[in-house]
Design a protein around this ligand. Structure first.
Ligand SMILES: [Zn+2]
Length: 337
């Protein structure tokens, strides 16, 4: 799935890159979420050969603007839309990227820090992927000073050709930026200070589809039904296939990343779990997608969930497990007014 270039797998590819531990730079060991309110605007860095008519940036920005209006401005956030046409341009952009990660309080000089970043095996491999036209991508972030978020697409040609997926991906990744700004990602996803994969991916899958509909670009209900029947733009197996082949599963199980066969659980079942909270549990959409996260650093995930959703996580998992096993026509009723 990593090598897939089809836009249908864009989010699945993203998943694999969101999952592994993010790149960490800097010496300081502080992560202060309260200092992130006055952030500069996101920076788009686009390699030569892309965006000649301005449409790549335009359709990315359309999604980003919508998401920032909804979630607020969190960052610093850098968006790298890369391609293989000009090696010099790519190397210049990676130098800028290295500079953005310099920690002024480090004992190492800025030059030493930049060189160390560019020499990291994963960064060298990523540059090679860009230059050979390989499509990879996803969100990464630093866990130590300077805290920043990055959306990296190694071959953005596909994005350029598909304005819809371009906008959709921008919406999806920015929800992660908001989420990560309220989590301690140094902790495991099972911990109280970090969110489970279904919360990260499911809520971002739900929000990005809902926002796409709000922008007049897709039919949200049709999309939610697709996740059950075909897997939509997430991939196979669909929810119905997965449930009919899997007797026992758990939304909060963090091992579905392993082997790469079932991460769709987090995306598709996670999106439906989000729908359950909004349309069955009756929690306002903005509380589920946004407000409850703000209490996670203060009181922890379980307490924040109970406070805002009106149900404990354990009870929610039980009720949702029964709900999602119903036929398509029954579950689709939740979207009726
Ligand atoms: Zn994601």
């Amino acid at each position: 799935m990593r090598d897939a270039t089809s836009p249908a797998l864009l989010f699945a590819i993203t998943a694999f890159l969101l999952c592994p531990p993010p790149t960490v730079t800097g010496q300081s060991n502080t992560q202060n979420t309260s200092q992130r309110s006055s952030n500069p605007k996101p920076v788009l860095r686009i390699a030569k050969g892309l965006n000649n008519d301005g449409s790549l940036a335009k359709y990315y920005q359309r999604g980003l603007d919508y998401a920032i209006k909804y979630f607020g401005n969190h960052g610093p956030y850098f968006v790298y839309l890369l391609g293989p046409d000009s090696e010099q341009s790519v190397r210049d952009i990676y130098s800028q990227r290295a500079r953005s990660r310099v920690d002024p309080n480090s004992k190492q000089s800025a030059m030493e820090q930049m060189e160390a970043f560019l020499e990291q095996p994963n960064i060298r491999a990523e540059i090679q992927a860009v230059l050979s036209g390989k499509a990879e991508g996803g969100l990464t972030w630093t866990q130590e000073a300077p805290i920043l978020y990055e959306d990296v697409t190694t071959n953005a040609k596909q994005r350029e050709l598909d304005p819809m997926e371009n906008t959709w991906g921008a919406l999806h990744e920015y929800h992660h930026v908001f989420q990560m700004a309220h989590c301690d990602t140094r902790q495991p996803r099972t911990s109280e200070k970090n969110i489970n994969s279904w919360m990260a991916e499911g809520m971002a899958t739900y929000s990005s589809a809902k926002f796409m509909e709000n922008m007049g670009l897709i039919d949200f209900k049709k999309y939610m039904l697709q996740l059950r029947k075909s897997g939509g733009n997430i991939g196979r197996p669909s929810i119905n296939e997965f449930l009919s082949n899997t007797e026992r599963w758990q939304l909060e199980d963090e091992t579905y990343w392993d082997g790469g066969e079932s991460p769709q659980v987090y995306y598709m079942l996670g999106a439906w779990a989000t729908a359950y909270l909004i349309h069955v549990q009756g929690v306002p959409e903005v509380v589920v997608l946004k407000n409850w996260y703000k209490d996670i650093p203060r009181i922890g995930k379980s307490a924040a969930f109970r406070k805002h959703m009106g149900v404990s996580l354990a009870d929610f998992y039980k009720r949702f497990g029964v709900f999602i096993r119903q036929p398509d026509t029954a579950v689709m009723k939740i979207f009726e007014p």
